[in-house]
Unconditional design. Structure first.
Length: 297
C-alpha cells in the first residue's frame, strides 16, 4: 500500500462515492475501483459497504482510513519540510575550520551568508586541518577548510589561498637581522609547532627531514597566538603562514622570509560530491566560492 492508494481511500471515504472521488482527484472511476480492490486484496479485508446509493467504511476500513490519514498528513508535512530546505528557508551546516584559518578568512563569509539565509544554522568545529579533512571524508562534517594537497582522494576542493611559510624568531636570535633564512640553519633550534592533528605540523617535520635534520620540538599548541607569544619570550622558533604573520605583533618577534626551501601553504574548501549534500551545504559552497574567488592570487 502506497501513499497514492491511501489518498484514494481517504477521498472515497470523504465523498462516500467512487464517482465523486474520481472527479475530485481527476482520475477515472475504474481507476478508483481498481485501487480499492487492490488494497482489499493486499490487506485481506473489505473496506467499504454499500448503503443505498452511498458507500460507508467498514469497521476495518475505518481503522485503516484513520491510520492512512495520519500517514498522509505526515507525508505532507515531510514534503513541506523538504520544500523549506529546497527554498533554503532552514537548514544546518557543520563546518570544520582550523583555528589559524577561521579568524583570518571566514568571519566575512559566514556573516554575509547568515544575513542572506538567517534560518540556516552553522555549527563550527575548530580542529587541525588533518582532522577536519578526515571528518569531511568520514561524513562527520559537511564542509571543511584544509591545507592542500589533500590526502583523502574522494574529496572535491576549491583552492582559495596560496602563500608561503615565514620564519618567526625572537629579536635576539642570530638570524633576526637577516633578510632571508635557510631551513638547514635551524637544526640546533627548538621549535614551537602546532599539534600533530594540524597538517602544518607534519609539513614542517617533513621539510626539516629533507633539510637533513630532525627538529627538536619543545612545545605544541592549537593556537597561533600562543605559539607566537612563546617565540616572543624566547622559548623557541616557529614557521607560520604569511596571513598569520600579518596578525602578529612584530615588536616582540622578527619575521624572516624562508627562501631555502620555499614552503608553500595552500588552503582549500573541501566536501564530498559522491554523497548527498543538503541544499544549504551546496549553497554555502557556492556562496563561499563567490566571496573568496576575487581574493585568489
Amino acid at each position: 500500500m502506497d501513499i497514492r492508494q491511501m489518498q484514494v481511500l481517504i477521498e472515497v471515504a470523504r465523498q462516500r462515492s467512487f464517482t465523486k472521488a474520481a472527479e475530485v482527484m481527476y482520475i477515472t472511476q475504474p481507476t478508483i475501483s481498481k485501487t480499492i480492490k487492490a488494497m482489499e486484496e493486499e490487506l485481506g479485508v473489505v473496506l467499504f459497504d454499500r448503503v443505498g446509493k452511498k458507500i460507508e467504511l467498514t469497521d476495518a476500513g475505518r481503522i485503516i482510513a484513520t491510520q492512512a490519514q495520519q500517514i498522509v498528513t505526515s507525508f505532507q508535512n515531510l514534503t513541506a519540510e523538504l520544500d523549506d530546505l529546497r527554498n533554503l528557508k532552514k537548514g544546518h551546516l557543520r563546518i570544520g575550520l582550523p583555528p589559524m584559518v577561521g579568524a583570518s578568512f571566514f568571519p566575512k563569509v559566514i556573516g554575509e551568508f547568515h544575513q542572506r539565509y538567517p534560518d540556516i544554522t552553522i555549527q563550527l568545529f575548530e580542529d587541525g586541518a588533518k582532522k577536519v579533512e578526515q571528518d569531511v571524508a568520514g561524513g562527520l562534517l559537511d564542509v571543511g577548510v584544509v591545507v592542500l594537497p589533500t590526502v583523502e582522494a574522494e574529496l572535491s576542493c576549491f583552492p582559495f589561498v596560496e602563500e608561503k611559510l615565514n620564519l618567526v624568531v625572537h629579536p635576539s636570535h642570530p638570524l633576526a637581522a637577516r633578510e632571508s633564512a635557510d631551513l638547514a640553519e635551524l637544526s640546533q633550534d627548538g621549535f614551537v609547532l602546532f599539534r600533530e592533528d594540524f597538517t602544518l605540523h607534519d609539513r614542517i617535520i617533513g621539510e626539516c627531514a629533507k633539510a637533513g635534520f630532525q627538529p627538536h620540538v619543545i612545545y605544541e599548541s592549537s593556537q597561533w597566538d600562543l605559539i607566537s607569544e612563546m617565540v616572543a619570550v624566547g622559548l623557541g622558533i616557529t614557521l607560520l603562514p604569511e596571513t598569520i604573520c600579518r596578525e602578529i605583533d612584530d615588536e616582540g618577534v622578527r619575521i624572516i622570509p624562508l627562501v631555502k626551501p620555499v614552503i608553500p601553504w595552500k588552503l582549500g574548501i573541501v566536501w564530498r560530491d559522491d554523497r548527498y549534500q543538503s541544499f544549504a551545504t551546496r549553497e554555502w559552497i557556492r556562496f563561499a566560492q563567490e566571496v573568496l574567488r576575487p581574493h585568489i592570487g
